[in-house]
Ligand binder design. Sequence first.
Ligand code: ZN
Ligand code: ZN
Length: 349
Amino acid sequence: MLAYEYQSDGVMRVVERDDPRPQEGELLIDVAAAGICGTDLKIARGEHRFYPPGTTRVPGHETVGVVAENRSGDDRFAPGTPVAVAPNIACGHCRPCRRGLGNLCENYESVGLTFDGGFASQLLIPAAAVANGNVMVVPDGLDLSIASLTEPIAAVVRGLRPLTVTSDDTLLICGAGPIGLIALLVAKHRGVGQVIVSQTSPHRRRIAKQLGADHTINPRERDMSEQVMELTDGAGADAIMVATPVGQVFTDALRSAAKGARVSFFAGLPSGKGEIPLDANLIHYGELIVTGSTANTNADNEEALALLASQPDLFAPLITASFPLEEADRAFEAAKGGEHLKVLIEPRR
Ligand SMILES: [Zn+2]
Ligand SMILES: [Zn+2]
């Protein structure tokens, strides 16, 4: 089979590999589509903690496909069944797992991170993942390219949950990358009062507007919090999602918050750069609830897949390019540039 491999010299290459052979309990999938996300670009740059120097592995964790061979013993996965794969395999017995936080599992395994992932013509799903419920049958009629958005939508569904947005609320989204734009679509679909998107790139601001943002602002032009205060009659935003890895934005987000606002540091900062100035009195006097979000659980993925199946046209505009596996280098180039939103690798194209 073909695979797009991160190799021990730190370069990614399309290579021919032996076809994987599923053992007892495992599932073999013919990959239909795999989305490229920021994590994959980080891997390609040699900066991911799960890809230390010397690693040879296939990334890709936003994977959908069709069952090629089923040795799992679970008859929902007959050959030919379309499936989406939730990437994070929780151990089920560590402390976070026992508390329902499988996304924070201490013995975490993950497709495309700790073992070979979906940038390949075939993907082998380990028995533990099948047993854990990581493989989900794609509902009838849902296009597999669109179904590949399940994992990023799951991340957003999880990130939005503690923000509890209502029709009374102004939601501020900082950053209009795929994650920020998915948050915009989901929040508008759920009937949030208004959404303000803060983003430096005019191209991305235009897209945010097309996808339903009530206001877009440029934080380079003028202080973000000043603009948010103006757009909310001095009240500030009731819910804030920081979806860009820039420390200054985290600081400014708190200054843009309304009394009693919920703030999610959805994005992480580069490792070693997590310490930033924050005015604790804004949290104290405003009774702000500040939280974060990391990865996602199988339940988040199930919720995302159901949402996608009910609203495929809502999310379809997020996919702006698709490449066959042979052109994976070009796909990564496209994903790196600022022009595209979601770029897919589709091996069966
Ligand atoms: Zn991802
Ligand atoms: Zn665990």
